[in-house]
Design a protein around this ligand. Structure first.
Ligand SMILES: Cc1cc2nc3c(=O)[nH]c(=O)nc-3n(C[C@H](O)[C@H](O)[C@H](O)COP(=O)(O)OP(=O)(O)OC[C@H]3O[C@@H](n4cnc5c(N)ncnc54)[C@H](O)[C@@H]3O)c2cc1C
Length: 388
């Protein structure tokens, strides 16, 4: 049950998406870029500081409110929602949880005001699902650190003012660093040409002897893997919300089209085969939406009691929500194309883009295979299995 305030913020986000994102989404996809202006507007509306506490200039939303807003933004444009969710979730979220007072004062107001966009750099050319195998290194150098290595698929990479970057600080230890792209030795590679989310910036980053001060280290030098897993719980709940937003957009387009398009002398919406697709889509999307809110509430509770483990813990709930929501989005966008028939296959109509966008949610921040592994592991752990 949503509070009045949550309903108001949800409506505000929907109005924003309708006015600022919907009219541009096809053009951005074609151009493979977002307007700079949209980030200014997101900042003005407070959407870049949703998880930043009010004392640091943000809106200090609880996670359920955050995902409601994110879903609306994704309904408007998935690339914008992805950008906003990386910035707010893994990046601002990590600083809020693990930053010192100085780090919070330095970065959170800038992130909330949009003065600086955040990026999250965990993946590497040979380390994706197995984050513990990253090979970028951070070696102590005087008072600070020297970072070397290569990162892959960094969303927001070319626009970011701060990057939450993971590097190996010892044989069995990862550290988390806040790196600024203006540092010597930091270089951004070419933009990837992606299947969907084409307006989103996905780049590789090279780190050649990047020198950072001691104040760049976030939290303890050997706890980075734990922080990464923590950030992924939060990130996955955000991805689940994005997926539901994408799926809802596809369902709305398909419903409207089914009522307009006539064959055999009647709207195709009258055919049982078409109705079944709409019904199956709403059933899956409603499940994804409910599971996303449930995971968000569990995450909020976990902040006070640390309940992460077990199938009722936040790690499993975040994985379940992302798995269900991403599958619901891909299913719905796929069925929407079918409802549009030949037109659905054409770039001129909106649904093929939504299928391309939806597919990403099955991959980033944990593939669906990895999510199943996590969920099953927690079920087995609850059953007393010592290997989980
Ligand atoms: C659009 C986009 C944006 C992204 N943004 C970011 C970002 O901002 N920051 C960042 O750090 N990363 C980002 N990523 C990277 C993303 O998180 C990884 O692609 C993802 O974690 C999978 O890693 P991989 O691509 O190396 O696949 P791999 O790990 O090589 O997996 C390949 C296949 O093997 C399967 N597989 C692997 N291990 C197992 C296992 N144990 N059991 C069963 N199956 C397994 C996978 O499910 C997959 O199907 C982004 C990716 C995309 C597509």
């Amino acid at each position: 049950m949503l509070t009045d305030e949550q309903k108001e913020l949800q409506a505000l986000a929907r109005d924003f998406a309708n006015a600022e994102l919907r009219p541009k989404t096809a053009e951005w996809d074609e151009r493979r870029d977002l307007d700079d202006e949209v980030f200014e507007k997101l900042a003005e509306s407070g959407f870049l500081g949703m998880l930043v506490p009010e004392e640091h200039g943000g809106l200090g939303f609880d996670l359920a409110t955050y995902v409601l807003v994110l879903e609306e933004l994704a309904w408007g444009d998935a690339a914008v929602a992805l950008s906003v969710s990386i910035h707010n979730g893994p990046v601002a979220g990590l600083i809020v949880r693990y930053g010192t007072q100085e780090q919070k004062s330095e970065w959170l107001p800038r992130l909330a005001s949009g003065q600086c966009l955040g990026a999250f750099a965990l993946s590497e050319p040979d380390a994706g699902s197995d984050a513990s195998s990253i090979t970028s290194t951070a070696a102590r150098d005087g008072d600070g650190w020297r970072i070397d290595g290569e990162k892959r698929w960094v969303t927001n990479g070319a626009r970011a003012g701060v990057v939450a970057l993971f590097a190996r600080t010892g044989d069995d230890a990862l550290g988390l660093f806040l790196v600024t792209p203006d540092a010597d030795g930091y270089s951004v590679g070419e933009r990837e040409k992606t299947l969907g989310l084409r307006a989103s910036q996905t780049v590789s980053v090279r780190l050649d002897g990047v020198q950072v001060g001691a104040d760049a280290l976030l939290g303890a030098p050997g706890e980075g893997l734990q922080y990464a897993l923590d950030a992924l719980d939060l990130g996955r709940i955000g991805v689940a919300a994005q997926a539901v937003g994408i799926g809802r957009a596809a369902l709305e387009h398909a419903t409207r089209y089914a009522l307009e398009r006539e064959q055999f002398g009647m709207p195709i919406a009258r055919f049982g085969a078409m109705q079944a697709k709409l019904a199956d889509a709403i059933q899956r999307l409603s499940g994804g939406h409910a599971l996303t809110l449930e995971a968000a509430e569990a995450w909020q509770m976990g902040q006070s009691n640390g309940a992460r483990q077990g199938v009722a813990g936040v790690t499993a709930k975040a994985a379940i929500a992302k798995l269900a929501a991403s599958q619901a989005a891909s299913f719905t966008a796929d069925e929407a194309i079918q409802i549009f028939g030949g037109y659905g296959y054409m770039r001129h109509y909106p649904v093929e883009k939504l299928l391309r966008d939806a597919k990403g949610a099955e991959i980033y921040e944990g593939t669906n295979e990895i999510l199943r592994r996590i969920i099953a592991g927690e079920i087995l752990r609850d059953a007393g299995d010592r290997n989980s």
